[in-house]
Ligand binder design. Structure first.
Ligand code: 13P
Length: 246
């Protein structure tokens, strides 16, 4: 039985003061029906980790190198120092605007796992690929590329978020059927690569315009173990409504 996992992704939103308001309003409402967390900007990580008693806190990125001449980047050690235990990797916005590749995500996932930080690895096709009927090919390739060379036990413990790029921030959520089918093929690719036990354990999230009023439908699907939520994770009331809907 896979425990549901619901994470918000604040993207480039919230100052420290705003992060504190969010945790003051939401943290006490996390229940034991799921693992709940939020991915927050680097500058709000320390505040968030200190404020979170029940919610998990994720970084939105990390660099693969231990240290060195990488201006503007953040290392694993820097995350560890402030007690961060989760990291979102390969979000489509990082792929689209910062040219991140599956190979980058793969290196980052390896160093995160090594450090005891759990990756949430994002995959998903663009609108162009979706319309060209390439979803399966693209998503299988992303899963294989991002997880290449990792140990099965480690893959079993990480999270894969399927986020169709055309459903992110557009208000255009994937139908439950599309979300379920693609999450199932993510799991199937994990099965091909790492075997049935790992595939049964790995948690797969759907992301893309998930809201309080549609989350229950997604969560009722066999291969959808959770959600990665952008816009609806920003407000205290909407995140609480998501928790209530679980
Ligand atoms: P929205 O929920 O705003 O569509 O964002 C989804 C997302 O990108 C979460 O990582």
């Amino acid at each position: 039985m896979r425990k549901p996992i619901i994470f918000g992704n604040w993207k480039m939103n919230k100052t420290n003061a705003q992060a504190q308001v969010f945790f003051d309003g939401v943290d006490a409402f996390a229940n034991d029906k799921a693992d709940y967390g939020v991915a927050v900007p680097f500058t709000a990580l320390a505040t968030s980790v200190n404020a979170a008693k029940n919610l998990h806190v994720a970084a939105e990125n990390v660099h693969w190198a231990a240290n060195g001449a990488y201006t503007g980047e953040i290392s694993i050690e820097m995350l560890q120092e402030i007690g961060v235990k989760w990291v979102v990797l390969g979000h489509s916005e990082r792929r689209q605007y910062f040219n991140e590749t599956d190979a980058d995500v793969n290196k980052k996932a390896a160093v995160a796992i090594e450090a005891g930080i759990t990756p949430i690895v994002c995959v998903g096709e663009t609108l162009f690929e979706f319309e060209a009927d390439k979803t399966e090919e693209v998503v299988r390739k992303q899963v294989a590329g991002c997880l290449s060379g990792l140990k099965g036990d480690d893959v079993a413990n990480l999270v894969i978020a399927y986020e169709p790029v055309w459903a992110i921030g557009t208000g255009k959520s994937a139908t439950v059927e599309i979300a379920q089918n693609t999450c199932a093929l993510v799991r199937d690719e994990v099965r091909n690569l790492f075997g049935g036990d790992v595939a049964d354990k790995v948690r797969v999230q759907y992301g893309g315009s998930v809201k309080p009023d549609n989350i229950a439908e997604y969560m009722s699907q066999e291969d959808i173990d959770g959600a990665l939520i952008g816009g609806a994770s920003l407000e205290v009331d909407s995140f609480k409504a998501i928790i209530d809907a679980m």
